[in-house]
Design a protein. Sequence first.
Length: 183
Amino acid sequence: MTTADLPPAERRTGLLIHVASADELVADFRNRFNASTVARRLPPHITVLYPFARVPDLDDELREEAAAHFATFPSFDAELTGVGQFDDFVWLAPTPRDRFLELISRTSERFPAYPPYEGEGGEPEPHLTIAKIEPGDNAGRVAEIARSELFPLLPFRFRVTEVSLFEEQADATFVESTRFSLG
């Protein structure tokens, strides 16, 4: 089987804060250091819950439940303020961190059938991924490049008004299918 025929039962979804205004800020960096994610048509985002339901499990009831859940959160102003790194990723840190953590943790609690990163991610750390570390490279070197290129452009301000549902397609790309407004 090729990725061009990924069956619906294997297609994933994710609940993401799409930071569309950050595309200009991070597009060049993501194209150089996170090309696989860009190729899958995932925009700059902060993950709230991934994976969420499989595509065939998305029905009107689950969408309504998600809409009601996100409506309980107020919109808020945010900033990308610094560069961070995990072993395999380099990212920009969003603030206010506690607001993002609350959104992530309460969403995980509300939808316990979908543990974040399938239970493999440890404690959540809000982040906007800008680089995936490939074999032969190291996170420290890429993080230094990010600090050199992007830190002078920070803080980058944006407003969080919604959470988007992205659905994986047969070709393994993602498409935004639903936007859930914050209260």
